[in-house]
Ligand binder design. Structure first.
Ligand SMILES: NC(=O)c1ccc[n+]([C@@H]2O[C@H](COP(=O)([O-])OP(=O)(O)OC[C@H]3O[C@@H](n4cnc5c(N)ncnc54)[C@H](OP(=O)(O)O)[C@@H]3O)[C@@H](O)[C@H]2O)c1
Length: 308
């Protein structure tokens, strides 16, 4: 039976286990893929801890396979799906997990991997890069405006900085000192994260900040908000809705469409976006991959490669 990495109840890492699962069958509107690469995201361990997103069922059916994005080769196509055929290289958001040998992808959030893009890079586009893209698009800042990205060296941050640059924005990115060179390489002015962030950003931006994309929450979000007079230009992916709405901002609005996946893949193909997969782990070491993300200080993206 195919193997997968799952959590068996809500809790910490002690709830995690490798499990054997039935090879799934695609339902209407779904494709089944033989997974080659699965992105690792903070939401994976947050869900294991019991975090629920709006619309999530109260208690899931355990074991729950980790992961919400994958890239691989189409094995089977469900009823009503057009545009995908067995053997196609695709990537997208998964239902029922991605840290596995097989994954189900709804066709509405699945796209072809363009020539020249690796399955490993494609696997991290549906969550981090698409979230970055949706946020930058939603802010709607004009070319030449200045955007502050907090958590600029993490998975969403690296994509947000590069996509903003591709849209003609000037970007200031906060990150720990150790990521200064990395953030500058992405095309942002680096400002060290930590207490009194707002003062350091003000010093780095004499003309002010026109928008904030927060990926950290907490004090970083609070401080970043003080830099804006127009709080409709404050968005976050890293804080709860009530936390940012209290400050006059909003959670990023996710499009979750195949069209957005196509657009971010084209950004990569054109050289405007490097997803910065900095570490890969085989499926057999999925626990280590997840620990590396749960540590909270990832540089770029971490991927689980299957059958590597
Ligand atoms: N709504 C959505 O659809 C959506 C999608 C994707 C992600 N998210 C959320 O967005 C957030 C960012 O995701 P991600 O994938 O970019 O995470 P990530 O790869 O773990 O990066 C987060 C970055 O935040 C920085 N950081 C961590 N703790 C910090 C602190 N106390 N103060 C300042 N900086 C801190 C780290 O940088 P340093 O090492 O430099 O400190 C790290 O690089 C997460 O909360 C995630 O769950 C939401």
């Amino acid at each position: 039976m195919p193997k997968a990495y799952a959590y068996t109840r809500h809790g910490g890492p002690e709830t995690e286990a490798f499990v054997e699962v039935e090879r799934p069958s695609p339902g209407p509107g779904q494709v089944l893929v033989a997974v080659r690469a699965a992105g690792v995201n903070p939401v994976d361990w947050k869900l294991r801890s019991g975090y629920r997103r709006p619309g999530d069922p109260g208690t899931p059916a355990f074991p729950v396979v980790f992961g919400s994005e994958a890239a691989g080769l189409v094995e089977e196509v469900g009823e009503g799906v057009s545009g995908f055929a067995v053997g196609d290289a695709v990537f997208g958001n998964t239902v029922g997990g991605g840290y596995a040998e097989y994954a189900l992808l709804p066709a509405t959030v699945t796209a072809h991997v363009p020539d020249g893009l690796s399955l490993t890079d494609a696997a991290v586009l549906p969550v981090a890069a698409a979230t970055a893209y949706d946020g930058i698009r939603g802010l709607g800042l004009p070319a030449g405006a200045t955007l502050l990205v907090t958590g600029a060296g993490g998975g969403v941050g690296v994509a947000a900085v590069q996509i903003a640059r591709a849209f003609g924005l000037r970007v200031v990115g906060t990150a720990s000192e150790g990521k200064k060179d990395f953030v500058e390489q992405l095309g942002a002015v680096h400002v060290p994260s930590g207490p009194d962030l707002a003062a350091r950003v003000r010093a780095a931006t004499p003309d002010g900040v026109d928008g904030v994309y927060d990926l950290v929450g907490g004090d970083a979000l609070e401080e970043a908000a003080t830099l804006l007079t127009d709080r409709t230009r404050l968005i976050t992916a890293g804080a709860l809705a009530q936390e940012v709405e209290r400050l006059g901002g909003a959670r990023v609005v996710r499009a979750r469409t195949a069209a957005v996946l196509d657009e971010v893949a084209q950004l990569v193909r054109r050289g405007d976006l490097n997803p910065y997969v900095t570490r890969t782990f085989p499926l057999e070491r999925a626990d280590e991959a997840l620990r590396a993300v749960e540590d909270g200080h990832t540089r770029g993206k971490i991927v689980i490669e299957v059958g590597a």
